[in-house]
Design a protein around this ligand. Structure first.
Ligand code: ATP
Length: 264
């Protein structure tokens, strides 16, 4: 179905009602735009003075982006695209660990929504379903303020579906998937777990990550700005960095922002 001509707009009430009463107070503000350049950019520009827990959601992004400025595709009303401003009590040394935690948190929300099997997490920021990309996470920071961006394909037009992409309608074998309820479930999990991440750290998310780790044991090609490294993925370390044994059998670790990973 081509959702560009008709779609059910986001309902703030539905979103709010899907958030557990216990965590609602952590949602400082929910702003919904019909069109915006980038939800991450909007909150980045307001990160210093804005309240932690501020959410910006959009029906359409004209300049949606992924890591390293790569474009994030979406047509109006077909995806869930939101950003959440979160302020940590101190600056995180890197966002590698948070990216792992957010991947696990999003996976939990998808499970709560009814997606029981097939989800995989590709380090550092992709959510796949049977090898096809369902969602991407983009973390950007300004000091102790982090913008957590999510782009999740929900009801893409079949024309927009790439062999490498998938949407939730296909995953769940439903003609249309309720974006508002799912957005509420996603926010619920984030509002519940981000304070846990701050107190307890990455360790409480590690087991689940390893269950979903798409790259584990795979031959990979790591593209950094300076070189290309071939090796085998060995999971992550306690900072959320990817471990790779390279051709010379030495172990290397990679941070969130430094590399693109391809399976060879
Ligand atoms: P990759 O995951 O391919 O290594 P990356 O991590 O550097 O790329 P991302 O942050 O994941 O970049 O997001 C940008 C990439 O995601 C784009 O280059 C494109 O390949 C892919 N992409 C863009 N829009 C979508 C979409 N709606 N669904 C799935 N994948 C998309």
């Amino acid at each position: 179905m081509n959702m560009n001509t008709f779609f059910e707009p986001f309902s703030p009430e539905k979103i709010f009602n899907a958030i557990n009463i216990e965590y609602r107070w952590r949602l400082a503000k929910l702003e919904i735009f019909d069109v915006i350049d980038s939800t991450n950019q909007y909150l980045l520009d307001r990160a210093k003075s804005g309240s932690s827990g501020w959410v910006c959601l959009a029906e359409q992004q004209t300049a949606g982006r992924g890591r390293r400025g790569r474009a994030w595709f979406s047509a109006r009303g077909t995806s869930i695209m939101f950003s959440l401003l979160w302020r940590f009590s101190k600056e995180l040394p890197s966002v590698s660990g948070l990216s792992i935690a957010v991947g696990v948190i999003v996976t939990q929300a998808l499970k709560n929504f009814g997606v029981q099997t097939g989800i995989q997490l590709k380090w550092p920021n992709d959510i796949l379903f049977n090898g096809r990309k369902l969602a991407g996470i983009l973390l950007e920071r300004r000091g102790e303020n982090i913008i957590i961006g999510l782009g999740l394909n929900v009801n893409l037009s079949p024309l927009a579906i790439d062999i490498n992409y998938i949407d939730l309608a296909e995953v769940m074998n439903q003609p249309i998937v309720d974006r508002s309820y799912l957005t509420g479930l996603l926010l619920n999990e984030l509002l519940k777990n981000l304070p846990r991440y701050e107190v307890e750290g990455l360790s409480i998310f590690m087991d689940e990550w390893s269950q979903y780790d798409f790259l584990l044991g795979k031959e990979v090609v790591m593209h950094t700005s300076k070189k290309i490294i071939h090796g085998k993925a060995q999971g992550i370390n306690e900072h959320g960095e990817l471990l790779v044994v390279d051709d010379t059998q030495s172990m290397q670790c990679f941070c969130y922002g430094d590399v693109s990973v391809r399976c060879s």
